[in-house]
Design a binder for this molecule. Structure first.
Ligand code: AMP
Length: 197
C-alpha cells in the first residue's frame, strides 16, 4: 500500500498551525489531530479529563505530559487505523514529549516523515492572536495570556524544533506570508519528504 504522510507541526501560537493543518490533512488524506482542539472539546463536554486540564488552558500553561501522552497515543493509533497516517498539530510541545513520542513511533515502525515549523516574527504573532481574540473569544486569548503562551513556547517548545533538526526531518517554512503561499510551500516540502521515504 502507498505510504501515507506522518507529520507534526511545531510552531508558536498564532503561526497558523490550525489553518495549515486543515489544508495539509485534506491534501494528504490523513487525520488532523489538534491536541488543543481535543482538550477544548473535553472541557466543553465536561469530562473528567476536561476538568483536569481546564485551568492549564485558561492560564496558557502546558497540560502535564502524562495527560497529553494518554490522549495522543489513543488518537494516533485511531488515525493510523483509519487513514494510515497522521498530522499532529500542537504536539509535541516539550522536549520530553518529543523524545517519548519519537521512541514510541520508532518502536511501532511509524516515525514522522517530517516536522514542520512555521517561522513568524513575534510582533506579528501578537497582532494575529489579538485579532483572533476578538473574532472567536477563546479563554486563553487575552493579551496577558497571549504573551505568557509565547514565553512558554520559547522556553518549553523551541527545543523541540532542534530535536527534529537533529533527526534530519525538520522543514522550516516562512509563514509571514499570505495563507495560500504558506500552504503551497508546506505541501511541496511535505510531498518531497514523503517521496524520499
Ligand atoms: P493550542 O490550541 O495548540 O494553542 O493549545 C491550547 C492549549 O492546550 C495550550 O495552551 C495548552 O494548555 C494545551 N495543550 C495543547 N497541546 C498541548 C501539548 N502537546 N502539551 C501540553 N499542553 C498542550
Amino acid at each position: 500500500m502507498e505510504e501515507r504522510l506522518r507529520a507534526l507541526l511545531v510552531a508558536p501560537p498564532g503561526a497558523g498551525k490550525g489553518t495549515q493543518a486543515t489544508a495539509i490533512s485534506e491534501e494528504f488524506g490523513v487525520e488532523h489531530i489538534s491536541t488543543g482542539d481535543l482538550f477544548r472539546a473535553e472541557v466543553a463536554a465536561g469530562t473528567p479529563l476536561g476538568a483536569q486540564v481546564a485551568s492549564y488552558l485558561d492560564r496558557g500553561d502546558l497540560v502535564p505530559d502524562d495527560l497529553v501522552h494518554r490522549l495522543v497515543r489513543e488518537k494516533v493509533s485511531e488515525a493510523m487505523g483509519a487513514t494510515g497516517g497522521y498530522l499532529l498539530d500542537g504536539f509535541p510541545r516539550t522536549l520530553a514529549q518529543a523524545q517519548v513520542a519519537h521512541a514510541a513511533a520508532v518502536e511501532q515502525g511509524v516515525p514522522a516523515h517530517a516536522a514542520v515549523t512555521f517561522e513568524v516574527p513575534r510582533a506579528v504573532l501578537v497582532e494575529r492572536l489579538l485579532e483572533r481574540a476578538q473574532a472567536d473569544g477563546r479563554t486563553d486569548d487575552d493579551e496577558k495570556t497571549i504573551l505568557h503562551r509565547l514565553d512558554v513556547y520559547d522556553r518549553e517548545t523551541e527545543p523541540v524544533v532542534a530535536f527534529y533538526e537533529g533527526l534530519g526531518v525538520l522543514i522550516g517554512i516562512d509563514a509571514d506570508r499570505p495563507v495560500g503561499e504558506v500552504t503551497a510551500s508546506t505541501i511541496a516540502a511535505l510531498r518531497a519528504a514523503l517521496d524520499r521515504a
